[in-house]
Design a protein around this ligand. Structure first.
Ligand SMILES: [Zn+2]
Length: 288
């Protein structure tokens, strides 16, 4: 695979200088996960360990709005592996006539979270179908969310790397509040023009807005859940849930943190550098 040959030394870099704290029993199980960690020992995930020459097996962590999906998608194209977002799997199943569609609709309509079992079932099917088509490796996005999910994943596959994408919280909030959707074409834009001066040894951050074409300008709307209060609450919940997962992977020596230095054009080359990936062929197009 040509993409594979461009891929040089993507190493499972050990987390740098982070204190390792034993995972505690502080995992939050929201309504849909109320059964907690001992429910259903029968979950299975497709065995991916025995593939011959395999590609990267990575997990991307990062709070909502950080751009995790964008970077995961770009890297998966570059490395020739599928970008598997569990949120997409749920949405696809919902809009299908698949066996879980009805059950999922009921859960989502009640505003509950989809259980580990269902997510793992969907993920397992996705990996099986992919393997049948000759896929090797993956970048997972949105999974695992809990230590229990991380343990299940660990039982069946060897992750090379868990990349934790981070962005300064004040910048992240500003970015989330700048999100706009075109009510006519559904396009996603961002009107926030972020420019934070560096201070106290911290680098500055610049993020250009993603402005709509002129025919969309008058039709922009803000999602009702992109208010400051909701964004902050979403972050708080994410941080609470993700901390034990991050600690889990830190204790495995698999967590690599990456502080996003700005928008995509600033971050993409630095991210490739941090991952030891050479992208000579795609340098132009990827940064576009
Ligand atoms: Zn539009």
């Amino acid at each position: 695979m040509a993409a594979l040959s461009r891929f040089l030394r993507a190493t499972a870099t050990a987390a740098r200088g982070m204190s390792t704290v034993a995972p505690e029993s502080s995992v939050i199980y929201p309504a849909g996960l109320a059964a907690g960690p001992n429910m259903g020992s029968s979950v299975t995930l497709v065995e991916t360990r025995d593939l011959g020459e395999r590609n990267v097996q990575w997990v991307f962590l990062g709070c909502p709005g950080v751009g995790k999906g964008t970077y995961a998608s770009r890297l998966s194209q570059l490395l020739g592996v599928p970008h598997i977002a569990t949120g997409d799997l749920v949405r696809e199943e919902l809009s299908s006539s698949g066996p879980l569609a009805q059950q999922l609709a009921a859960i989502v309509n009640q505003g509950k979270l989809v259980s580990d079992e269902i997510v793992i079932d969907l993920l397992s099917k996705r990996l099986e179908n992919g393997a049948a088509k000759g896929e090797s490796g993956f970048i997972l996005d949105g999974f695992p969310r809990t230590i229990r999910q991380a343990e299940i994943l660990e039982g069946v596959t060897d992750l090379d790397l868990v990349l934790n994408l981070k962005l300064r919280e004040d910048v992240l909030i500003e970015k989330c509040l700048g999100r706009r959707i075109c009510s006519q074409c559904g396009g996603n834009f961002n009107v926030a023009s972020i420019s934070v001066k560096g201070e106290n040894g911290m680098p500055g951050i610049y993020m250009a807005p993603l402005l709509p074409p002129s025919h969309c300008t008058s039709k922009l709307i803000t999602r009702s859940d992109d208010t400051e209060e909701v964004v902050k609450e979403r972050l708080r919940i994410y941080n609470e849930m993700s901390k034990p997962v991050e600690e889990f992977y830190t204790s495995r020596g698999k967590l690599q943190e990456f502080d996003l230095p700005g928008g995509i054009s600033e971050s993409w080359p630095k991210l490739l550098e941090a991952l030891n990936i050479e992208d000579s062929d795609h340098k132009q197009s990827a940064a576009a």
